[in-house]
Design a protein around this ligand. Structure first.
Ligand code: NAI
Ligand code: MG
Length: 327
């Protein structure tokens, strides 16, 4: 039962919050082995590649990867890292916690974002001094694979269906294909779908977030809408995410390297610890995942709290409180 976990702290507060999450996993005493590897700006500054090949190979081989964040080289780290596990879906839950000052505390939404193509397919060109273009790629196969995951996801949660966000009224070919493929898969599986135009959804999320549970989106729309939802539930510092592939997955907080506070020892480890909880559930340790989530919830409610949540505690104080709550 020994799972190998790749641990890639990256830059900035990644170096602070990832060790905190590993300490929590070690407290559970599940016999996991942790293998640490380098990535990010500090590797580039030392003359290396943003994602060294040994780090990529580790992610390709490990049962799961816990990643912190990378700075300016983020795209050169996270995109190939997602590709290393063939991650076709980015799972981003947005909910709030007791005691957190949230704009819309009733928000409890999971975004299932297409993670391989769309406008992030990398096909950009500078044609002339005046003109640049981007080719947006949408395939049936990627859209259907996402939809199959979404159907299983709502089934596991005993929900009837999901919302599909798109802009097929304007991008008839690409978003039209996405919408048709996703709805076709859901229909085949008897899963209900509700369509919503992504711009209208942005407004609905602010006004009536409680009407949405699981939202399936193209790549860029999922990035933007999930950050919008992050704002509704109290900011990026609490949001975990998973990049899931057919056999492996990479777990990471939604936030970045927080250069304004990096090195001060005051980063909030909650998002990364919640990412570790998602990892536990992904690996089949549902009870342990729930224990970690409950511990985060109780520490967020009762303190200690880091300065981003109005407290004066350090990352270490919060980590120690989480360990106490688990024990
Ligand atoms: P950021 O998420 O790093 O920081 C935004 C604000 O939130 C800052 O004020 C920061 O102090 C605060 N914050 C974020 N996480 C926190 C935590 N755990 N505890 C307490 N406060 C926290 O986003 P920003 O400033 O846009 O980007 C900084 C760097 O991070 C950039 O170089 C960017 O490229 C990179 N980045 C990397 C990502 C990744 O590796 N997946 C994702 C987003 C940004
Ligand atoms: Mg983003």
């Amino acid at each position: 039962m020994s799972e190998e976990i790749a641990v890639i702290p990256g830059d900035g507060i990644g170096q602070e919050v990832v060790p905190a999450a590993v300490a929590i996993l070690e407290t559970l005493d599940l016999g996991f082995s942790f293998t640490e590897a380098e990535a990010g700006d500090h590797v580039v500054e030392a003359g290396g590649e943003p994602l060294p090949s040994e780090t990529r190979e580790l992610a390709e081989r490990a049962d799961a990867t816990l990643f912190g964040a990378a700075g300016e080289s983020a795209a050169d780290v996270i995109l190939p890292l997602r590709a290393a596990v063939d991650s076709f879906v980015n799972v981003r839950p947005a909910r709030t916690y007791p005691g957190i000052d949230a704009v819309r505390p009733e928000t409890d939404i999971v975004f299932l974002r297409e993670n391989t193509e769309g406008v992030y397919s990398g096909h950009e060109d500078r044609l002339t001094e005046d003109v640049s273009t981007l080719t947006r790629v949408v395939t049936d196969s990627a859209s259907r694979r996402l939809a199959e995951y979404a159907c299983e996801f709502v089934g596991d949660r005993n929900e009837d269906g999901f919302t599909v966000a798109h802009k097929a009224n304007v991008m008839r070919e690409t978003d039209g294909r996405f919408r048709d493929a996703v709805i076709d898969v859901a229909d085949e599986r008897g899963v209900q779908t509700e369509e919503v135009l992504m711009d209208a959804l942005a407004m609905h999320l602010v006004l009536r977030p409680e009407e949405y549970d699981v939202v399936v989106t193209p790549n860029l729309a999922g990035d933007v809408l999930s950050d919008l939802a992050a704002g509704l539930v109290g900011g990026l510092g609490l949001l975990p995410s998973a990049n899931v592939g057919p056999e492996r997955a990479v777990f990471e907080p939604v936030h970045g390297t927080a250069p304004d506070i990096a090195g001060e020892g005051i980063a909030n480890p909650s998002a990364t610890v919640l990412s570790a909880a998602m990892m536990l559930e992904y690996l089949g340790y549902d009870d342990e995942g729930a224990v970690v989530r409950d511990a985060v919830e109780s520490v967020l409610a009762d303190g200690p709290r880091t300065p981003d949540l109005g407290g004066t505690a350090t990352t270490e104080d919060v980590t120690a409180a989480l360990v106490d709550a688990i024990e």
